[in-house]
Design a protein. Structure first.
Length: 329
C-alpha cells in the first residue's frame, strides 16, 4: 500500500493514560515506513498542547483537538475527531491503545467504516505486502497472527513498558477543528480517579514479585524487604490481587502491567502464561520456587529451588551486606 499514512491515537491529560503511546508510535513508525507514508499522531483532550509539541519529535504530523468537550473522555466527541482527521488524511491504518478509551473508540470507528478490528495487539509482522497483527489468545497461551481484509486497518495495542526512541522527526502541530457530536447520546457520568500510590512498576529497573507460593500475606514482607534491599519495587502476580491483598497497580501479567526491568525476581510464582506475558522481556530473571518443575524456571536465567522462608531471609541479608560493603568503599 504505497504512500499510505498511519494514524496513531495517542493519549495525554486528565483521565487519559500515556502508557501505550510508545508502543503505538513504534508500531506506527514500522508500518508507515514499510508503506512509505507518514506517521500522524492525534491528541484529543484539554491542556495537552505541550504534549502535542513533544510528540512532534516522533511523528511527521501531530493533530491537536483541544477543547473542554474532550475531557473527560466523551465517546462521540472523540469519534468525531478521529473521523475528521481520517477525512483529511485518508490513512491506511489507525492504531489506538488497548486502554479503556481505545477499547471503546476502536469498535465505534470500525462500525462506522464497516471494517474489522484487531484488539489487544503487542506487535506487527509484515511479510511482503501482507500485514499481520500479533495478539494473544486463550489467555495468552497462543499467539495469533491476525490479518485484516479491509483498509483502513484498525487495531488496539497493549500498554507496555516500552520507552520512546530518541526523537528523529520534525513534525508540526496542526489544530483540528472537529464539530461537537450532535445529541450526545453517550456521556460520562463521573470519573473515578485511580488511587495515587507513588509506585509505577512499569518504570522500575528492579522488580521483585510475590505469588501464591509465598503462603500468607505476612510472608509478603519478605518480598518487600528483598525489593528494598535491591533498591527496587515490590509487585505481585494475579492471585494476590484476586485475594484482595493488592490493587492491579502492583500486578504483573497480561491483565495487569507489563514490565521490562533490568532485574526481575519471581518469588513463589509458578509461571502461568498470563504472568510470563507481562515480564518475559526482563533483562535478568531470577526465580525462587519450591517446585523444580514450575514453568517459571523455563524462562529464568537463574533459579533457586527450596522453601522461600529459608531462602529469602538469607538472600536479603546477603544483599544488604553486599550493598553496605559497597557503600563503605
Amino acid at each position: 500500500m504505497s504512500g499510505a499514512d498511519v494514524v496513531v491515537v495517542c493519549e495525554a491529560g486528565r483521565g487519559q493514560t500515556e502508557s501505550a503511546n510508545a508502543r503505538l508510535i513504534a508500531a506506527g513508525a514500522e508500518l508507515s515506513g514499510r508503506w512509505g507514508g507518514r506517521l500522524v499522531c492525534l491528541l484529543a483532550g484539554q491542556g495537552i498542547a505541550a504534549k502535542a509539541t513533544e510528540l512532534c519529535g516522533y511523528a511527521d504530523a501531530v493533530y491537536l483537538a483541544e477543547a473542554s468537550l474532550y475531557e473527560p473522555y466523551a465517546p462521540l466527541a472523540h469519534l468525531k475527531a478521529v473521523q475528521k482527521l481520517m477525512d483529511d488524511v485518508q490513512p491506511g491504518a489507525v492504531l489506538l491503545g488497548h486502554t479503556y478509551i481505545g477499547m471503546d473508540l476502536a469498535p465505534r470507528l470500525a462500525a462506522k467504516l464497516g471494517v474489522g478490528v484487531a484488539g489487544n495487539c503487542f506487535g506487527l509482522s509484515m511479510e511482503g505486502d501482507a500485514v499481520y497483527f500479533l495478539r494473544p489468545m486463550y489467555r495468552g497461551r497462543v499467539q495469533a497472527k491476525v490479518a485484516l481484509e479491509t483498509r483502513p486497518y484498525i487495531a488496539t495495542f497493549q500498554p507496555g513498558a516500552s520507552e520512546l526512541a530518541p526523537p528523529d522527526r520534525t513534525g508540526k502541530v496542526t489544530r483540528l477543528d472537529a464539530a461537537p457530536a450532535e445529541g450526545q447520546k453517550v456521556r460520562p457520568l463521573r470519573t473515578i480517579e485511580p488511587e495515587l500510590t507513588g509506585i509505577d512498576i512499569t518504570k522500575a529497573e528492579i522488580v521483585v514479585s510475590g505469588g501464591r507460593g509465598i503462603g500468607t500475606k505476612d510472608n509478603y514482607a519478605l518480598v518487600s524487604d528483598l525489593a528494598e534491599a535491591l533498591g527496587g519495587v515490590a509487585a505481585c502476580s494475579r492471585p494476590l490481587v484476586d485475594m484482595g491483598w493488592f490493587g492491579t497497580h502492583r500486578q504483573v501479567g497480561q491483565s495487569g502491567n507489563t514490565v521490562k526491568p533490568r532485574l526481575y525476581v519471581a518469588c513463589g510464582i509458578s509461571g502461568a502464561i498470563e504472568h510470563l506475558h507481562g515480564m518475559k522481556e526482563s533483562g535478568i530473571i531470577v526465580a525462587i520456587n519450591q517446585d523444580p518443575g514450575a514453568p517459571i524456571f523455563k524462562v529464568a536465567h537463574f533459579g533457586m529451588v527450596g522453601d522461600l522462608n529459608e531462602i529469602m531471609p538469607e538472600l536479603i541479608a546477603e544483599v544488604r551486606a553486599a550493598r553496605s560493603s559497597s557503600d563503605t568503599k
